[in-house]
Design a protein around this ligand. Structure first.
Ligand code: NAP
Length: 260
């Protein structure tokens, strides 16, 4: 089951947080993993750490997903080093907060450029290689925020995460004849550096709202990504799957921790 050994995998935003968790699951499963981010020293550090996690080769590639040319260079580098791309985990994203009443055009553009356009540019750049794979897989990291829930300060972020799903549905149709599946994971609150920046009060408030009682771990997302990338998931496409410890289920506070 789920034999990923030798698969050539790209994880954008793979140097930390959810992306690193995804990369680590693939590395442990014997895949060759390329991690992509903007900070040069972080990509080297992450690739070195991943090399110790599994038998496959690892690679750190510096790129900005918001820049289509940078995505094309990233894809070319992975092709040169690995000889192909079987799986793209389009995970890079930013989550700055801005109240709707005062949000600037620049703040809106920054979130859409990385989270939405960056997803599309990464997929476009890897498309020929994913097609050549014969069983290409695209796994998007969306969020529960936007597609299912809302949170003050994240109207632009939620819009970008919901928009990824709109992209996914048509991409899944267009790419099906190429043997490529496109699916999205909707993480709940996963403890990462990005989320930790929200502060202790946010983290404890979120944990209290989750039926499972705790925040998720990056590996929780990685395990679903590994399944979606597997041969066994070949007939599954265009789907959005929440991994949130049940956070989106309760109708009230009492439903999370029943008083009886
Ligand atoms: P994180 O800890 O802040 O890590 C973000 C990663 O993305 C880093 O590797 C960062 O590296 C990279 N990145 C950011 N902008 C980039 C760009 N323009 N080009 C290339 N790489 C870029 O974030 P996270 O919490 O793991 O979140 C990862 C993804 O999961 C995001 O799409 C986020 O929306 C989603 N998500 C997270 C949660 C959560 O609870 N944490 C919940 C739902 C969804 P550099 O800064 O060096 O580029």
């Amino acid at each position: 089951m789920f034999d990923l050994s030798g698969k050539k995998v790209v994880v954008t935003g793979g140097t930390k947080g959810i992306g690193y968790g995804i990369a680590e699951v693939f590395a442990r499963a014997g895949a060759q993993v390329a991690v992509v981010a903007r900070t040069a020293e972080e990509v080297t550090k992450a690739a070195d750490a991943l090399a110790a996690a599994g038998p496959g080769r690892t690679l750190g590639v510096r790129a900005d997903v918001a820049d289509p040319e940078s995505c094309r260079e990233m894809s070319a580098t992975v092709l040169t080093e690995f000889g192909g791309i079987d799986v793209l985990c389009a995970n890079a994203g930013i989550m700055p907060q801005a109240a709707l009443a005062t949000m600037t055009a620049a703040e809106l553009a920054a979130v859409l450029e990385v989270n939405l356009a960056g997803t599309i540019f990464a997929v476009q750049a890897c498309l020929d290689a994913l097609t050549a794979s014969g069983a290409g897989r695209v796994v998007l990291t969306s969020s529960i925020t936007g597609p299912i829930t809302g949170y003050p300060g994240w109207s632009h972020y939620g819009a970008s995460k919901a928009a990824q799903l709109g992209f996914m549905r048509t991409a899944a149709i267009e790419l099906a004849p190429r043997g490529i599946t496109v699916n999205a994971i909707l993480p709940g609150n996963i403890l990462t550096e990005g989320l930790a920046a929200m502060g202790e009060q946010y983290l404890s408030g979120m944990a209290a709202a989750i039926p499972a009682g705790t925040l998720g771990r990056p590996a929780d997302i990685g395990h679903l990504a590994a399944f979606l990338a597997s041969a066994e998931a070949g007939y599954l496409t265009g789907q959005a799957i929440a991994v949130d410890g049940g956070q989106t289920l309760p109708e009230s506070f009492d439903a999370v921790r029943p008083p009886h």
